[in-house]
Write a protein that binds this ligand. Sequence first.
Ligand code: SAM
Length: 286
Amino acid sequence: MADKKIWHEKLYCHLGQHFLIDKLLYKNKTDYQEIMIFENSFFGKIMVIDDIVQTTEKDEFIYHEMLTHIPIFSHGSIKNVLIIGGGDGGILREVCRHKNIESITMVEIDRNVVELCKKFFPRHNNNSYKDSRLKLIIDDGLNFIKKTEEKFDLIISDSTDPIKYGKNLFSSEFYFHCKNSLDKNGIFVAQNGVFFLQKNESILAFKKLKKYFHDTRFYHATIPTYYGGIMMFAWGSNNIELRKNSLKNLQSRIKYTKLDFNYYNAKIHISSFYLPQYILNELDEN
Ligand code: SAM
């Protein structure tokens, strides 16, 4: 152990997680961020951006399944999807599994993330960059959403934390334009951090979203390397019925697709919208 390097995450000043670096695979600065990729004997390959864990081979399925299938099975007939960020390809892979989806636009600011993850994390995208429905755009998600005339049924914001360029994807301006780029029954979802440790970020995002979406909620999942408690996924829509599917309805929608999952299922879907009281209190929600 003594001769192995240890990497310490720098997301919080008062506590942190660390990983043994069994093998350093890549470390470099791009025009946007510093990217590091290394092997860890338990989590497999890990990608870190600006010293914050982005994704690991071992637990990525939880995050990518929950950020993708909750809105898709809630809606029931998603045709046009917009992914903002998501350069590791995990969200794209999960979206592409739904054959009824007709078009997928993905807007990632840093082409290097896409190319590096194609090389080091091939199972993340699982060849979905070759999917004929995909339009990959290299741009700041905020620039794109301000300019686009297109309408989407689903917008998934899979960004880094609200730091540097990631900040744009947690701004009121971004949420305003996402709401205007959604169909009337459209859904917006986004990663929103671990509430116990990133409370202020989550509350701020929630308050901003409520200005544009009548039905603003968080749903949650527990992701080992986004440590510190349950992780919040922001949900925004202007049709509350989309979040009220019965267990039976969800089960039949899932059965119809013949898809199988490792984390997501109909009961997890419903239960993920039930939040602990301390979070409801902080959000002034019942
Ligand atoms: N699952 C991770 C998480 O929850 O932290 C996110 C993974 S993905 C690697 C995050 C992506 O967001 C990165 O590829 C980064 O380049 C991209 N990104 C950050 N800010 C962006 C922006 N303003 N527009 C588009 N993509 C952005």
